[in-house]
Design a protein around this ligand. Structure first.
Ligand code: ATP
Ligand code: MG
Ligand code: MG
Ligand code: MG
Length: 439
């Protein structure tokens, strides 16, 4: 992409409405535009990052055996009357009436709808396990939308739903999602900690929130230091091996970790001070086993091996890709702007042509651009006539992993400057070496 033809509405001033750094940087880098409280348009740079996150989420869901579908944002109230949640959900639900006076709603989540799909088609335990997911916009009329996309009213969610014959199967499904989440957040450049979460009337211990430690997090969290250097399973992890998957979950649930809601002062007191981390955290994912809570009232049953119909045992598994962008920036920025992890960077590198119109600078910039396009790096070429200072500021602000600076003096002596955005290290190299480094 050539910056002169792109749509990157950078803000020079610090937006006053933004209380936290990620929100400020997203507005300044021209990633989002607020349209109403907690409702945002995604501008090109923001949209690209969102899609890169979705791609990673999707790959890891697929790897763990989940199957992608797409359910609508608007749902009929009647489904929610069947589960009893239409009245229970309260004011977070946006209720809509259509022209025929039918009650509809903008989905805050999809347990009812996915259960309806299941009950319409699946009859036998032989079709299990099944895990269906989608990546779709949700609406929750939050009391206090804030921190930009971190707590929006309209926000993107990946929500998966597992169906199994019995608790054992449901637990194996839960474990697969647990491991998929560890891998997903690791690939996004984040250190996530699975923390015990409330299971409410369902009981049991199969509910975990995946938390990123951050000063601006909304929850107070407590965990052991052991999490800080625990290794995440590689892509060779075998999701077909229930025992191996369960062993990973065991390892990751052995040290203490809880949010304030589930915090156990007595257990905490038994841990050595030097091993304690008490901090604030951002909930980026949540997995939950709820058994027959929806399958029973909605009549989602399958015939078991003995021919008898049983309601299926279910779980749900959410990740917030839009919130994740905020969380990634909170975890990775400096005074000059965003520092994208390579896995989600909107472009792989920026080529800064310091003097557009200069034949040599133009020639070298085009060569670099062509080579990086061919290498699949998806470069951004700054071919604008901005001052060098402004170009550097923009490059730092939007935080692409590499900057290749091409200026008249360097070109004469046969070199470009390569800057690593994360470390700030700069090297003078010949053009081919710089391209090789970035590729
Ligand atoms: P919170 O405690 O922050 O209100 P939640 O527990 O209500 O979140 P879940 O119902 O568990 O959220 O939804 C799954 C995921 O969706 C969350 O872990 C989070 O990543 C994301 N999410 C939830 N609410 C929002 C929101 N208002 N804005 C952006 N992302 C959200
Ligand atoms: Mg909530
Ligand atoms: Mg929560
Ligand atoms: Mg939650």
């Amino acid at each position: 992409m050539r910056l002169s033809r792109y749509f990157l509405p950078i803000l020079k001033e610090n937006p006053k409405e933004a209380e936290i750094i990620s929100h400020r940087l997203m507005l300044r880098a021209g990633m989002i535009r607020q349209q109403a409280a907690g409702i945002y348009s995604w501008l090109p740079l923001g949209k690209k990052v969102l899609e890169r996150i979705n791609d990673i989420v999707r790959e890891e869901q697929n790897r763990a055996g989940a199957i992608e579908i797409m359910m609508p944002t608007i749902q009929p109230a009647d489904l929610w009357r069947e589960s009893g949640r239409y009245d229970d959900y309260g004011q977070e639900m946006l209720r809509i009436t259509d022209r025929h006076e039918r009650d509809m709603l903008y989905g805050p989540t999809n347990e009812e709808m996915v259960t309806d799909i299941f009950r319409s088609y699946v009859r036998s335990y032989k079709d299990l396990p099944l895990n269906l997911y989608h990546i779709q916009w949700k609406f929750r009329d939050e009391v206090r939308p804030r921190f930009g996309v971190m707590r929006g009213r309209e926000f993107l969610m990946k929500d998966a739903y597992s169906f199994d014959l019995d608790y054992e199967g449901a637990k194996a499904a839960y474990n697969r999602m647990f491991v998929a989440y560890l891998r997903t957040f690791e690939r996004l450049g984040l250190k996530s900690i699975p923390m015990r979460a409330d299971t409410g009337p369902i009981g049991g211990d199969l509910s975990h929130e995946f938390i990123i430690l951050a000063e601006t997090g909304e929850s107070e969290v407590f965990c052991q230091k052991a999490f800080m250097d625990m290794g995440v399973p590689g892509e060779d992890v075998d999701f077909g091996d229930d025992g191996a998957i369960a062993a990973i979950v065991d390892r990751w649930t052995t040290p203490y970790a809880a949010t304030d809601e589930m915090h156990d002062e007595a257990a905490w007191a038994g841990i050595a001070e030097s091993d304690k981390v008490s901090a604030r955290g951002i909930e980026v994912g949540h997995i939950f086993h709820f058994g027959t809570k929806y399958s029973e009232p909605l009549g989602a049953t399958v015939a078991g091996p003995d021919g008898k119909d049983v309601p299926v045992s279910m779980g749900s598994y959410g990740i917030g890709p839009s919130r994740l962008i905020g969380a990634i920036i909170e975890a990775s920025h400096d005074d000059n702007g965003i520092i994208w992890p390579k896995s989600v960077a909107p472009f792989g590198a920026v080529i800064i042509n310091m003097k557009p119109g200069d034949a040599d600078c133009d020639d070298w910039s085009e060569r670099a651009y062509g080579a990086l396009v061919n290498a699949g790096i998806d470069p951004l070429l700054d071919d604008t006539d901005q001052r060098p200072g402004a170009k550097f500021a923009t490059a730092d602000l939007i935080g692409l992993p590499w900057q290749i600076v091409i200026g008249p003096r360097g070109v004469k002596s046969g070199v470009v400057e390569l800057k690593d955005r994360a470390t700030g290290e700069k090297h003078e190299l010949d053009l081919d070496a710089a391209i090789a480094r970035v590729s």
